[in-house]
Design a protein around this ligand. Structure first.
Ligand SMILES: [Zn+2]
Length: 158
């Protein structure tokens, strides 16, 4: 099964991190030119997420070539709830597959290799760590991750 992939407009930018947290490939579009965003979405087969309703009237969208979801609300949590409902997205069992900052696929890293890079308590209380090959951030399952999982579960029940 192929997972849906997304391109996230700046006006709904928070969705990129939420989607990555769930394990989805979500790129953040930082340019000003909507046409370039639409082209990238088509070229990479991504669903476009935006608050810009004008995009819905473009021919590539009305013809069905490009999937777009527009949001009326500015509230990121409501947007996420709508997104989860629309595409029936579910969290993946694999934790931290993507860097929340740059969307790169994380890779497991040996605990001893990151001893100096995480807080002492974290090092002692966690066994599994992942590293982003792009920016070098280290991720681990912990209380922060558990809290985020609960919030995401909450979105699904709204
Ligand atoms: Zn990264």
């Amino acid at each position: 099964m192929e997972l849906p992939r997304f391109i996230v407009d700046q006006n709904v930018g928070k969705l990129a991190r939420w989607l990555r947290l769930l394990g989805y490939d979500a790129v953040f579009f930082t340019g000003e030119d909507d046409t370039r965003m639409v082209k990238q979405a088509l070229a990479e087969n991504r669903i476009l997420l935006t608050r810009d309703t004008a995009i819905q009237r473009r021919r590539v969208v009305t013809s069905g070539s490009l999937k777009v979801m527009t949001f009326e609300t500015e509230d990121a949590e409501v947007q996420m709830g709508q997104l989860l409902a629309q595409f029936q997205l579910v969290g993946l069992s694999h934790p931290f597959p993507r860097c929340l900052e740059d969307n790169s696929l994380l890779r497991p890293i040996d605990k001893l290799a990151i001893e100096k890079r995480v807080p002492r308590y974290t090092f002692e209380s966690q066994e599994e760590f992942m590293e982003c090959p792009m920016c070098g951030r280290v991720y681990w399952r912990g209380t922060h991750w558990q809290a985020l999982k609960r919030r995401l579960a909450g979105f699904r029940n709204q």
